[in-house]
Design a protein around this ligand. Structure first.
Ligand SMILES: [Zn+2]
Length: 243
């Protein structure tokens, strides 16, 4: 009897959780408290052969420029989720990203864990970073990536009020490159699972003497290009998916 009740509770929870994510034009839209909040995106539509490369935690004084060179070489547009504190330290790199047609997203000022942060502190980190990016590009970011991919209702509130969108990544496209795994591993994670509409997670800021991400990109980009993929920004991916 006890087991049956437990099973029922689990089943109801399972159903409720599924209902809270409704499919709309191929995205998952979170509907905490009934469709009150904005979009949370993990991937775009599979209709077109496009993927969104995303880079977190930068700008890095050395690796971000190397990544920008590679992106240029393969005519790829990407999205950089920058930290406010590094955008402040390396403003010229953010301006280069913007000038070269990439999208700049907000990744908080100092990489806070939202679940352990007060609403006031989150608001401050979010706005400070929006303002720094605006001062460099004259455009407020439309996309926000919560550090560690963890967020809650207060984050959704703030993002919605700013007409912004929470951007996560495709579950099978986490290269874990922040831990500098072997180059082969990063390349294989991306290439073996690639699907139309993927949002691929990389890090341009790594705390190592050599970035394996940079090396891996030199192999990933030509291969994906050969396979016919186009590299778009997250906002372009969203717009394509809404068409
Ligand atoms: Zn991060």
């Amino acid at each position: 009897m006890k087991n049956k009740t437990l099973l029922k509770v689990i089943l109801i929870l399972f159903i409720l959780l599924n209902i809270s994510f409704i499919n709309h034009k191929d995205f998952k839209i979170a509907t905490i408290s009934g469709n009150k909040y904005g979009m949370v995106i993990k991937n775009g539509s599979e209709k077109e052969k496009v993927v969104a490369l995303t880079f977190d935690d930068g700008p890095h004084p050395k690796y971000t420029n190397q990544i920008l060179d590679i992106l240029n070489k393969y005519d790829a547009k990407a999205t950089f989720f920058v930290l406010g504190k590094f955008a402040e330290t390396y403003p010229k790199i953010v301006q280069r990203q913007w000038k070269e047609g990439h999208e700049i997203g907000n990744h908080t000022y100092s990489h806070i864990n939202i679940n352990k942060t007060s609403r006031e502190k989150l608001q401050e980190e979010y706005e400070k970073t929006q303002n720094i990016i605006y001062s460099l590009t004259k455009r407020e970011p439309r996309v926000f990536r919560p550090p560690y991919g963890s967020f809650d209702e207060k984050a959704m509130d703030i993002v919605e009020k700013n007409n912004s969108i929470i951007v996560l990544w495709s579950a099978h496209q986490d290269s874990k490159d922040w831990s500098n795994p072997e180059i082969d591993k990063i390349v294989n994670t991306t290439l073996s699972n690639i699907k139309n509409g993927d949002i691929i997670l990389f890090h341009d800021y790594v705390y190592y003497d050599k970035s394996h991400t940079v090396e891996a990109l030199n192999r990933i980009l030509p291969e994906l290009k050969n396979r016919g993929y186009k590299f778009v920004t997250v906002s372009q991916l969203i717009d394509l998916s809404l068409e």
